[in-house]
Design a protein around this ligand. Structure first.
Ligand code: IMP
Length: 199
């Protein structure tokens, strides 16, 4: 089965590609020509809305199955921010470093540093959403970055069961426990069950 991923985020694609390497019957590839396709505004107020918006839009450009995901960091002391604005927390086109810097600024003096990552994947074909899948990962925000792998907020996101930030985990260590990995495995289970068999 061929699944196209509608993402230009190389960090996400790296994680999906790694997961797909273990799947005998499933090929995952970036949606061909993704960067040249017209972009769609992520105007939703929830991860699910944005995942659906992207899946509907990008699956219109191919007859194959397409999945899109929306994810982000939810910080309790910031009332859920940056949430769906995680990629653009410090402004449109902001770098990971700028977003991380702003996060530390906003959390200066905060005692409660608990947070979680959330991910929703929407699977679609030719403009119709077939199903959505969710995952989340609990952690807390450190006072300074640690580790160099991963992307986004990984250097600040401490996952207590591992005793490391997600930037100190390899992609192979992160995907089995991450929000994205959970949502992706739910997608695979759905495809392997009766639901996906008729696709
Ligand atoms: P999206 O491309 O609109 O879904 O933006 C997702 C943003 O959330 C990313 O740019 C990161 O800033 C953040 N994010 C989502 N998942 C992760 C993760 O696994 N590690 C670190 N940051 C993440």
């Amino acid at each position: 089965m061929l699944l196209f991923a509608a993402t230009s985020n190389s960090g996400k694609m790296r994680e999906f590609a790694l997961a797909a390497a273990d799947l005998p019957d499933c090929e995952i590839a970036p949606l061909p020509g993704f960067r040249e396709l017209p972009a769609v505004e992520e105007s939703g107020t929830t991860f699910e809305e944005n995942a659906r918006i992207k899946a509907v839009h990008y699956s219109g450009f191919t007859g194959e199955l397409v999945f899109a995901e929306d994810s982000g960091l939810v910080v309790d002391a910031l009332d859920g921010a940056p949430g769906v604005y995680s990629a653009r927390f410090a402004g449109g086109g902001a770098s990971d470093a700028a977003n991380n810097h702003l996060l530390l600024e906003r959390l200066r003096g905060a005692e409660d540093r608990t947070a979680h990552f959330e991910c929703v994947i929407a699977l679609a074909r030719q403009g119709n959403v077939l199903a959505t899948f969710e995952g989340s990962m609990e952690g807390s925000i450190l006072h300074e970055p640690r580790g160099t792998s991963g992307f986004g907020y990984d250097p600040l996101f401490f996952h207590a069961p591992c005793g490391r930030t997600t930037a100190e985990l390899t992609a192979a260590e992160k995907f089995p426990i991450s929000h994205r990995g959970q949502a992706f495995r739910a997608l695979l289970r759905w495809l392997n069950r009766g639901d996906g068999a008729r696709l």
